[in-house]
Design a protein around this ligand. Structure first.
Ligand SMILES: [Ca+2]
Ligand SMILES: [Ca+2]
Length: 209
């Protein structure tokens, strides 16, 4: 994916100054991981979307995940999946920013529940009340590739609750791309075209290695 993006960047730069303002903006789009019944009863869920792999593991205390058409149970009392789910770990194969999640189902919530995601240095606390639908993370913090995010769910006083996520959305953290900061004179455009071509060839060689 990175190589493909580099090629696109080179191509755009080659064709003139008009696109420079676009290149300086962060154009990364959110990547959505969707959970469904195929994920149920797995001790580790692995999903790859747009070249980013999400791994969810270490479910406590159940040992495996309960997932149905409403999504993955991120907080679940014993009435719903036999054994409570109170915590688990998430990792992403490349650097991302936590963006949002979609709640597919809730039941028996009392308004005293909370969800905490932390990578050790940053955290996001998701407080009740929860409703179904898309919800931005309270703190959209960034995590490095492979860094463990600990998820902890708090039931509050009553523990017969369930919250299911039908999806989680993250945004790739863009890697700085060396882009010229000055708009080239028309007379130097030919040179840029040549350099751009060389750059593409170089990247293609790397791709073949
Ligand atoms: Ca309850
Ligand atoms: Ca509760």
């Amino acid at each position: 994916m990175q190589i493909t993006k580099s090629l696109t960047t080179l191509s755009l730069v080659t064709f003139g100054g008009a696109v420079f303002s676009l290149m300086s903006a962060d154009v990364a789009q959110a990547v959505t991981f969707i959970f469904n019944a195929d994920d149920s009863n797995l001790s580790t869920i692995v999903k790859t979307v747009d070249g980013i792999t999400l791994t969810i593991s270490n479910n406590q205390t159940r040992g495996s995940f309960f997932v149905d058409l409403d999504g993955i149970s991120v907080l679940a009392g014993t009435p719903f999946s036999g054994t409570k789910t109170t915590s688990f770990d998430l990792t992403f194969s490349s650097a991302v920013q936590l963006t949002s999640y979609t709640i597919g189902y809730i039941e028996n919530l009392d308004g005293d529940e909370s969800l905490i995601l932390s990578n050790g240095s940053s955290s996001s606390v998701e407080n009740a009340p929860f409703t179904t639908g898309l919800r931005n993370f309270n703190n959209q913090f960034k995590v490095a590739a492979g860094q463990t995010i600990s998820f902890i769910g708090n039931f509050g006083a009553d523990v017969s609750d369930i919250i299911q996520w039908s999806a989680i959305e993250v945004t790739p953290v863009s890697v700085p791309v060396p882009v010229p900061v000055t708009i080239p004179e028309p007379s130097s455009m030919l040179g840029l075209l040549v350099l751009g071509g060389l750059g593409i060839n170089s990247n293609l060689k790397k791709l073949k290695k």
